[in-house]
Design a binder for this molecule. Structure first.
Ligand code: C5P
Length: 206
């Protein structure tokens, strides 16, 4: 059983993916972390984000078993990740690792931007999770504040809109719902309601 969950930044797909993986006892891969790991290496080394040769070398080094969410969660890393994610060879290398993960005999949930369209086009269930940019910015702001940080709503909103444009506008594997994806707009849904809606879709496919 493979469940593909795609959607834009802060749509709630990560939380939903975790809930579904726990509920159905499936392995979980947040594929955004693989792009973030490449970006992190580039930033640490001081390499420009459009330095393709170094980005490709960094992609080869990505170890799915050693992705540290804590280190990779910073907001600058998210932005840098969307820049290295436009490089086709970086995508090819990471997609290969993600497909190997998806072959887990126990089944897997993968979340990202191109899981239903490129990484696992034969997934048993595809969900495309979205919410308005304003709702997503509000969630991101509350998340930052709940961890004691401070941020500006307008700035977060601008970042989200900008990253959406980059992810949806790139030539290789742009963010878009697969033709056979179930759309889940969580703008007016809490996580519990979103989980129940997703569970109904998955149960239906079992
Ligand atoms: O999901 P997350 O915010 O961690 O992803 C960071 C960036 O990595 C995204 O904005 C996107 O550019 C890229 N990404 C991607 N394909 C995926 C997952 C993430 O291009 N499957």
């Amino acid at each position: 059983m493979i469940i593909a969950i795609d959607g834009p930044a802060a749509s709630g797909k990560g939380t939903l993916a975790r809930r579904i993986a726990d509920y159905y006892h499936l392995a979980l891969l947040d594929t955004g972390l693989t792009y973030r790991a490449v970006a992190y290496e580039m930033l640490q080394r001081g390499w420009p984000l459009d330095d393709e040769a170094h980005a490709i070398a960094a992609a080869r080094q990505v170890d799915l078993g050693a992705l540290d969410r804590e280190t990779l969660s910073a907001h600058e890393i998210a932005d840098a990740a969307s820049k290295v994610a436009v490089i086709p060879e970086v995508r090819r290398i990471l997609v290969e690792k993600q497909r190997a993960f998806a072959r887990n005999p126990a089944g897997a949930v993968l979340d990202g931007r191109d899981i239903g369209t490129v990484v696992c086009p034969d997934a048993d269930v595809k969900l495309y999770v979205t919410a308005s940019a304003e709702v997503r910015a509000g969630r991101r702001l509350r998340d930052i504040e709940s961890r004691g940080g401070r941020a500006d709503f307008a700035e977060i909103l601008a970042d989200i809109v900008h990253r959406d444009e980059r992810d949806m506008g790139r030539a290789d594997s742009p963010l878009k719902p697969a033709a056979d994806a179930h759309l889940l707009d969580t703008s007016e849904m809490g996580i519990e309601a979103a989980f129940l809606a997703a569970k109904a879709i998955v149960d239906d496919a079992l």
